[in-house]
Design a protein around this ligand. Structure first.
Ligand code: HEC
Ligand code: HEC
Length: 185
């Protein structure tokens, strides 16, 4: 009896440690995968995508939306939120492939999984900002800091507030709202 008790104590220690490392929630850079740091969302690594889809706004990481969202968006680029965002046919296929292969439903990054879990009846949202996960994370920010703030204007401008958005890090410690300063709630 005594020996079994000690064995279970010793076995529990590494298990508990592992658990807290992989499921820690408030710091996306704290997530360890195979002992390497992994950002909350996979950063954009495709230069063509960055150039074509990052000229009007932040180049959103493909892991923010599921495959069907990107397919629908890419087939309607001539009327893209009131703009024409068409790209030439050769680039079109390459960008679509990149988006599909790295979409939220194929990514094992923590925030992509959260987006997928939050979709509910939305099968192919065209905005990250309309997903349940996004809305839940931003519902406490007053209008005066977003729409009524010239330096931000819209929640779609991720990198206006998230200092390390390009690196795929959106943790609360790296948020600065222009004209307001560090976010501490
Ligand atoms: C000609 C300018 C332009 C180009 C090029 C462009 N977009 Fe956009 N995009 C917009 C505008 C305008 C909006 C709406 C932004 C807003 O509401 O503040 C938008 C919004 C988006 C959103 C929704 C953001 C949210 O609110 O969650 C996504 C996703 C997106 N674009 C992806 C892309 C992709 C992928 C490409 C490349 C194929 C692309 N965009 C190229 C102008 C552009
Ligand atoms: C007006 C500034 C602002 C903009 C623009 C903005 N965010 Fe945020 N975001 C915040 C703030 C502030 C929080 C923390 C909210 C809280 O703690 O109540 C946050 C939280 C988050 C979180 C959760 C962080 C955590 O606690 O784990 C994610 C993920 C995120 N934002 C992604 C995005 C994405 C993607 C975009 C663009 C589509 C975006 N944000 C645009 C201010 C902004």
């Amino acid at each position: 009896m005594k020996r079994a008790y000690w064995f279970s104590m010793i076995a529990a220690v590494p298990l508990l440690t592992l658990g807290s490392l992989s499921f820690g929630d408030d710091d996306d850079d704290g997530v360890l995968k195979f002992w390497k740091k992994q950002p909350g969302i996979a950063p954009v690594i495709n230069p063509l995508y960055k150039e074509e889809c990052g000229s009007c706004h932040f180049a959103y990481q493909p892991g923010w939306l599921p495959e069907q969202s990107w397919r629908d968006m890419m087939s309607n680029l001539d009327s893209h939120f009131g703009d024409n965002a068409e790209v030439n046919p050769a680039n079109h296929q390459a960008i679509l492939d990149y988006l599909v292969n790295n979409s939220a439903d194929k990514s094992d990054h923590r925030r992509s999984k959260k987006i997928m879990q939050s979709l509910g009846s939305l099968t192919a949202p065209q905005r990250i900002t309309e997903t349940g996960y996004f809305k839940h994370e931003h519902d406490e920010i007053p209008d005066s800091l977003v729409e009524k703030n010239d330096k931000v204007a819209s929640l779609s401008h991720c990198n206006a507030c998230h200092q390390d958005a390009e690196q795929g890090s959106f943790s609360e410690g790296n948020i600065k709202i222009p004209g307001h300063g560090k976010w501490d709630d």
